[in-house]
Ligand binder design. Structure first.
Ligand code: ADP
Ligand code: MG
Length: 393
């Protein structure tokens, strides 16, 4: 197939060699174990996770690898090849770092595992990720879940993937200070080869969704930074919570059809629009799952269009770069539907593309987006990937 011969294929042998080389330089000797966890792209369900609604998520073939070796003491030494930065701390006393944000993503994981009474071993480790950082594909959860898997392998115990996800979410909430929902860590832990997952964020059940073979998922990176700074995300969350409280439900997930229309007059215009988006977006999840598995192209187009329109007008998470990318994706050959991904505010978007035209789609978006913005976008066809796991070379 056309997918195998092009440059977006990551050669995992070359990658392992580079990481091993870095390990030798940094620590001397060889790594003893490897762990990985995937990033993810949401195919439907923006901001529905913290409203305890539904999400259709695809754990992707871009992932974070950690090569590690146990130590006799309780020291953890870790270097990230993505940031060219190192961290060092003792498991007996894990403090939050004020100087470098990434350290709290690392430190939070063993801190929470330790609170759970799990036995932890010190280690030397190298981190390498092909998930772009801060682009909406959840590099943070990939890092946390890969790291939890390292401690699992070193400690000789096993966590259920669901529990691993919840502990990593807690690590991000409490240590990195990001009030994220469960979507990212769940995707990083529960992925299955070649499959999307339909996640119910209330009871944390998942259902496997098989996307029709002649539809490809293509991630399109606007290359513009998300200006999330916590503020916009926290504000959306607060608005949803306010809406739920006024309407008398625990979470927006609990609104029955008609509840919002009946109670709308009690809400400010902004809060009403936020609620309207979440209710409609969550309802689109099951429909898109059916459309993708049944190759119902009309439905794919309509559902994606509805999602993007709502993100723009009701939830207001669409940046100018995203509007430009949307126009480029919709103007490219083979496109079936396109929408935002992640939290919005720039970063990556996602297109569903006729499999026979993926290369033409990619070339067209690169050309049109580069001409509009003077920035070359990164375009990645992706497939469903397995969740966090230890592996051997
Ligand atoms: P996203 O999860 O969408 O990529 P976040 O802002 O949630 O964006 O998390 C990104 C942060 O996670 C980075 O700024 C960094 O602090 C940390 N991080 C993720 N992956 C790595 C990595 N490979 N090396 C070092 N830090 C990482
Ligand atoms: Mg993240």
């Amino acid at each position: 197939s056309t997918l195998q011969s092009v440059e977006w294929t990551v050669d995992s042998r070359a990658r392992a060699r580079r990481i091993t080389e870095q390990f030798r330089q940094e620590f001397g000797g060889e790594p003893a174990l490897w762990a990985r966890a995937p990033g993810r792209v949401d195919l439907m369900g923006s901001h529905t996770d913290y409203n305890l609604g539904f999400v259709l998520t695809l754990p992707i073939s871009k992932d974070t690898w950690i090569a590690a070796r146990p130590r006799e003491d309780d020291l953890v030494r870790m270097r990230s090849m993505n940031l060219s930065a190192a961290d060092e701390f003792h498991l007996g006393q894990i403090d939050r770092a004020d100087d470098a944000k990434w350290r709290n993503y690392i430190r939070g994981v063993p801190a929470i595992l330790r609170q759970e009474g799990l036995a932890l071993k010190g280690c030397d480790a190298i981190v390498h990720s092909t998930v772009p950082l801060e682009s909406g594909l959840s590099s943070s959860a990939a890092l946390e879940c890969a790291l939890a898997t390292v401690f699992e392998a070193l400690g000789g115990w096993r966590l259920l993937p669901q529990r691993k996800a919840q502990l990593c979410q807690r690590a991000e909430n409490e240590f990195a200070g990001v009030n994220c929902g469960i979507l990212d860590q769940y995707s990083a832990c529960l992925g299955l080869d070649g499959c999307a997952l339909l996640l119910d964020c209330r009871n944390l059940s998942t259902r496997t969704v098989h996307i029709a073979e002649n539809i490809h998922v293509v991630i399109c990176n606007t290359m513009s930074r998300r200006r999330l700074s916590g503020g916009e995300y926290a504000q959306r969350r607060a608005e949803c919570e306010q809406g739920a409280a006024i309407l008398g439900v625990k979470a927006l997930r609990d609104l029955a059809p008609g509840d919002l229309a009946a109670g709308r007059h009690q809400l400010s215009d902004t809060v009403a629009r936020r609620c309207e988006f979440i209710v409609a977006e969550s309802a689109r999840v099951e429909l898109l799952a059916q459309a993708l598995s049944g190759d119902d192209r009309k439905a794919v187009a309509a559902l994606c269009a509805g999602s993007f329109a709502g993100a723009k007008d009701l939830y207001e998470i669409v940046s100018p770069a995203m509007e430009t990318m949307m126009a480029c994706m919709l103007g490219a050959p083979g496109v079936l539907g396109a929408r935002q991904a992640g939290a919005g505010f720039g970063g990556c978007m996602v297109a569903l593309v006729d499999a026979a035209q993926t290369s033409a789609f990619r070339a067209s978006v690169i050309d049109s987006y580069s001409r509009s913005t003077q920035k070359a976008p990164e375009i990645w066809p992706v497939t469903g990937a397995r969740g966090a796991e230890a592996f051997h070379l």
